[in-house]
Design a protein around this ligand. Structure first.
Ligand code: ZN
Length: 294
């Protein structure tokens, strides 16, 4: 199934649900950054969450930046996702691999680390971005971001994110976010029913691997609660807005002495975009032009 995001409501707007399939874009990130298995899972889970978080923003151009800084060997995980369905991201040490856990799962918590912080910045495109920080709970990312939603945004939420990857690459990835609005949160029977259904749900990737579509997953969870699936199927993709021009602008910040050195010693410069691993070359002539403008 193509990468896509679908929104739904239930209980007359008291429950909001959004789900995303990110299999292809997670595979693209894996290839671009040459991610290990555990790094693929960590970045893939965070990218799915980023798209889910961004999907509830209103103003066109809105973006969410999630940074997870744990004390594990993977270093930081950074994701930038937009309401427009684009996402990009990277991890500090993409090559780090860990043995699977006792139950045969990728050890994302061990790789990210169990102590540290989650930083979330919501940027609506003007004024001051809204930023917030919470401590890591388990380093498994799904738990950590659920904790963020509960403490920082004070909305009872269930977040499920998953990535299945093996020697053939990523075969299933995506996530599901369910939020209970204040008026539905008072309906204890409804909340309990939803909680018990969520607890019996297999992991998100298992549902995808079993051939379930997003509407079928919504139906299983919310079908008897006044489910309304919104008709828009939004395409989501890995996209980075970097360009040769932006890299040249960034090089300008090195200043005169450094630029002169790049021309004399290296006869040019090479810069890699950390978000997408695209390598840019700046020629001697381009660097000389930058110098002349300083
Ligand atoms: Zn880039």
């Amino acid at each position: 199934m193509a990468d896509q995001l679908i929104r739904a409501t239930a209980a007359e707007g008291g429950i909001r649900a959004v789900s995303v399939i990110t299999t292809a874009l997670t595979e693209e990130a894996r290839q671009r950054h040459q991610l290990s298995y555990v790094a693929t899972a960590a970045l893939g889970r965070t990218m799915a969450a980023g798209l889910l978080f961004a999907s509830s923003m209103k103003r066109p151009g809105s973006r969410v930046n999630i940074r997870i800084e744990g004390d594990g060997p993977l270093g930081g995980v950074t994701v930038d996702a937009g309401l427009d369905g684009t996402v990009r991201g990277y991890v500090t040490h993409p090559e780090v691999e860990l043995p699977p856990t006792a139950i045969g799962k990728l050890d994302v918590g061990g790789a990210v680390g169990r102590t540290g912080y989650v930083y979330v910045i919501r940027d609506v495109g003007f004024g001051y971005p809204y930023s917030s920080t919470v401590e890591l709970v388990s380093g498994e990312i799904g738990d950590d971001l659920t904790h963020y939603l509960a403490t920082s945004e004070q909305t009872p939420s269930a977040l499920m994110v998953g990535v299945f990857t093996d020697a053939q690459g990523v075969s299933a990835a995506g996530g599901l976010l369910i939020q209970i609005m204040p008026k539905a949160a008072q309906d204890e029977a409804l909340v309990e029913l939803l909680e018990s259904r969520l607890s019996t749900l297999a992991g998100f990737t298992s549902l995808l691997q079993a051939g379930k579509t997003i509407p079928a997953i919504f139906d299983e969870l919310l079908g008897d609660m006044g489910l309304v699936i919104l008709p828009e199927v939004q395409m989501v993709r890995f996209h980075c807005g970097c360009s040769h021009e932006r890299v040249l602008n960034a090089l300008k910040l090195f200043g005169q002495a450094e630029l002169e050195e790049m021309i004399q010693d290296d006869r040019g410069a090479e810069a890699t975009c950390e978000f997408c691993s695209t390598v840019y070359q700046a020629s001697e002539g381009e660097l000389a032009e930058l110098l002349s403008k300083l």
